[in-house]
Each structure stands twice: as structure tokens, then as C-alpha cells.
Design a binder for this molecule. Structure first.
Ligand code: IMP
Length: 429
């Protein structure tokens, strides 16, 4: 009963889509278990670049079944846009190939409007959300007033719940935020059509995955965002509103506790972040531009969902070791090693300092990171272009030393290294 769980080990945008695509070749079910269309997974297949926010990227492989688990908040508008995009690229999207949990929650234009209004009201202390309505949708879920996908199966119930929700949102927009209200009849019209069209895809995905595992099928559980954006264990309050960690795969898919074959943490060989919040190893100026790129290549450091330039910095091994512990990582997939080619030296954060004390582990988790100064080790860089390298032995010695340093500091073996965005640009160890 092989379950594999793939998670981001940083603040999201680690290149998970690319690793999921790779692992999907050997998996039967690809199941997302958290988040919503705040995620952005980019997969490059030949000349085609897929930027997906909600649909599990493994669906690009024709033999897979994709699952959207109960842990997600689903914006049907995004889902149908992605259906169109994928179908135009020749990928089959049918209720046989894509299953949505009946217990997943729905994101409405009301949630998106509230997300934006709340962010504006936060002013200088804004979280820098993606504006996709994630926080308000999970708030409704936790207040036990959310709309679940199963509600769409009963148009009368769905209509009632949606009207009540939109009326409540409009009241908040009007009275609390002084923001423009939603056109309720227009939203109702749009969403009743979605309900009709989505109904065939809604299923009891917990049972489906349970049965698949019993039959010996491989399930790849795909986490969205990253470990440091986890609601409980991330850099709170600068986090997302779902459980991004590997243990969340069980609850977010409706599976019981059971052995896991692999827990793969994906991490860039440097560090990026979008949105606000502490980032001890952040760099600015020319060093930042060098790591970020200029936005002319699809894999430069600009948000897939929002297009925002990402904040960049050196790899922080204290945070990586933390991610390894809270996820139970069994292996690391390193991405973007090719981006470091040409640097004279490479820095890696090895510990933190505060009040004259050195910390190798965070005394109170990562919520108070701004109190610390990171300590760096400097390693020699390499000048060779490594984008054509396919084996460990071909890597320049300095690149091997850097990879070994990451293993040593994180305590997790590296199993694969990406050296470019293409499917084939990968080195297996
Ligand atoms: P929200 O998830 O839109 O509420 O945003 C909360 C925080 O998580 C913000 O800092 C976002 O930039 C960040 N975030 C959410 N989704 C992603 C993602 O997929 N990649 C990177 N950052 C994300």
C-alpha cells in the first residue's frame, strides 16, 4: 500500500510541480490535500508550459487519476479555467480522471472580496496574501458555516446557502470595510451553472483512495504551499490558512494513519518567499537580482499566481532542518542547482544568533525569526553550466560539496537534483 507524500520544505514555490510531474510517471493517483488556487505549480513538457493552481499537476500523465481532497478550498471558476487550458493541450479531463471530495470547501467571489478588503484594512501589517479568498474560506469552514462541494449536488440547498453567504459577505463589505458589494444575482447565476457542471466530479474520495491503496496502487499525496507557511508550524501569522505539512495528507485526504513509503521534501538550493514575514537569510541589491532573474524566463523568481517578484536569499539550513523534523522527511529533492552556476562563492545559513547565544534549533519554532541573525558558512562556487549534467559524477566538485553540505546540515539524504525546468533535466542520486 504505497503512499508517497511530497511537500514543500520552504515558503512555497520550491518547484514541487516539476517533481510531482516526475513522480507521477510511476504513480496511479495524484492527490492534493490542502490549500486552493493560491498555489501555483509550473510544469514544463517540451515546448508546453503548464501553470496550474488547483488541478493536481500529475493529471498531465494520461494514466493517472487526480484527486482533490477534503482538505482543499476549491474555487470552481479556477477549476473550469484549468479544465479549458488542459483540454486545449490535449489532456483528457473527465469525471473518471478527476475526482473531487464531497467534503472539500468552496471558495466564492465573496471570499475573494473579503480577502482583499481584510488585507487592505491590515495596512502595513498585511500578510501579503494571494488574494484568492483562502483565509476567509477556511474561516467559514472553521466557523462551521462553509459551503462544501456536496452542497452543489442539491441545487435548492446550494442556492439557499450561497444566498445567505453572499448576503453576509455584502453586509461585511458594506459595514466593516466600506468596500463595493457583490452583485448577488450574477454570482448566483454563475455558481449554479458551476454546480451543475461540477456535480459529476464530486465523489467520496476517501473511500476511493482507501480502496486504491488496498489494491496496491501508488498514491502520491501532493502538498501545496510550503512547510514554513503551515498554519500551526509556519512563521505565524505570516502563513496560509491550511495544514501544509506531510502529516496533513492523512486528514486532508480522509486516510487513516498508515506506513508511508517516502516523504519527499522539495527545496530550492537557495531560499525565496512571496508576501510578508520574516526571512533571516534574505539578500537585496545585485545579489538578489542574480538569484531572482529578470523575469524573462518562465522559471525566474516571479510568482506563478500573482506575478509578484519573489524575495530571495541564501539557503537557510536551520529552517530546512526544522522542516525535515516536522514533516518526517525521508529524502530531499533539490531544485534549481543550475541557477547557482557562475557564482564565486555560495553562502548557506548554518545557525542563528541572538543575545550572544548561538542556536542550531529554534527555541520557539519559526514565529519569532526576526529576533535572530543568521550565521553563514561560505563555500566555493563553480563556473560550469550544469544544465546538461545527468549524473552525480558529472557535477563539478564544488557543486557536490554544496549538496553534501545540505545533506549534512539538514540530516536528510538528497535523492534528486534538478538542473533545469525540463523533465529530463534531473540528476538521480
Ligand atoms: P494566502 O494563502 O493567499 O492566504 O497567503 C498567505 C501567505 O502565503 C502569503 O504570504 C502568500 O504569499 C503565501 N502563499 C500562499 N500560497 C503560496 C504558494 O503557493 N507559494 C508561495 N507562497 C504562497
Amino acid at each position: 500500500m504505497p503512499i508517497q507524500i511530497l511537500v514543500g520544505a520552504q515558503w512555497g514555490d520550491e518547484g514541487k510541480g516539476r517533481i510531482v510531474d516526475l513522480l507521477s510517471a510511476q504513480a496511479d493517483y495524484i492527490a492534493r490535500y490542502n490549500g486552493g488556487d493560491n498555489a501555483g505549480h509550473t510544469v514544463t513538457v517540451g515546448s508546453q508550459i503548464f501553470k496550474l493552481h488547483l488541478t493536481p499537476s500529475g493529471i498531465i500523465h494520461p494514466h493517472t487519476t487526480a484527486v482533490i481532497g477534503n482538505g482543499l478550498a476549491v474555487n470552481p471558476a479556477t477549476l473550469f479555467q484549468e479544465f479549458d487550458l488542459l483540454r486545449k493541450a490535449g489532456i483528457e479531463i473527465t469525471p473518471q480522471r478527476l475526482k473531487l471530495s464531497h467534503a472539500a470547501h468552496m471558495i466564492t467571489p465573496g471570499h475573494r472580496a473579503l480577502d482583499k478588503a481584510e488585507e487592505q484594512a491590515r495596512g502595513k501589517s498585511s500578510i501579503g496574501t494571494t488574494g484568492r479568498g483562502i483565509g476567509p474560506a477556511y474561516t467559514d469552514k472553521n466557523r462551521r458555516q462553509g459551503i462544501r462541494l456536496e452542497d452543489m449536488l442539491n441545487p435548492a440547498v446550494f442556492g439557499q446557502k450561497l444566498t445567505a453567504h453572499l448576503a453576509q459577505v455584502n453586509q461585511s463589505l458594506r459595514e466593516t470595510f466600506n468596500a463595493p458589494e457583490l452583485d448577488i444575482p450574477a454570482v448566483m447565476n454563475e455558481y449554479l451553472t458551476y454546480a451543475h457542471n461540477l456535480a459529476p466530479y464530486i465523489d467520496e474520495t476517501s473511500l476511493l483512495l482507501h480502496q486504491a491503496l488496498q489494491q496496491g496502487k501508488t498514491v502520491l499525496a501532493e502538498g501545496a504551499q510550503g512547510s514554513l507557511l503551515d498554519l500551526d508550524h509556519g512563521t505565524y501569522p505570516y502563513v496560509t490558512s491550511s495544514t501544509t505539512l506531510a502529516p496533513g495528507a492523512f486528514a486532508g485526504l480522509g486516510l487513516g494513519i498508515q506506513p508511508v513509503e517516502r516523504v519527499i521534501g522539495v527545496t530550492k538550493v537557495f531560499q525565496t518567499r512571496v508576501g510578508s514575514g520574516p526571512f533571516p537569510s534574505e539578500v537585496s541589491g545585485a545579489a538578489a537580482e542574480r538569484l531572482r532573474g529578470h523575469g524573462n524566463k518562465p522559471w525566474d523568481e516571479y510568482g506563478t499566481t500573482t506575478g509578484r517578484p519573489r524575495r530571495v536569499g541564501w539557503l537557510d539550513a536551520v529552517l530546512l532542518r526544522y522542516a525535515a523534523r516536522i514533516n518526517g522527511l525521508t529524502e530531499l529533492a533539490l531544485t534549481k542547482l543550475d541557477v547557482l552556476s557562475g557564482l564565486e562563492t555560495i553562502r548557506i545559513g548554518t545557525a542563528y544568533q541572538a543575545d550572544g547565544q548561538t542556536y542550531h534549533d529554534l527555541p520557539l519554532g519559526p514565529s519569532d525569526l526576526s529576533l535572530f541573525t543568521p550565521l553563514f558558512e561560505e563555500l566555493p562556487g563553480w563556473q560550469e553550466d550544469i544544465s546538461q549534467v545527468r549524473t552525480w559524477s558529472e557535477l563539478p566538485p564544488a557543486a557536490k560539496t554544496y549538496v553534501k553540505k545540505i545533506e549534512q546540515l539538514s540530516g536528510v539524504p538528497v535523492s534528486m537534483i534538478s538542473v533545469g525546468p525540463e523533465r529530463s533535466q534531473i540528476v538521480f542520486l
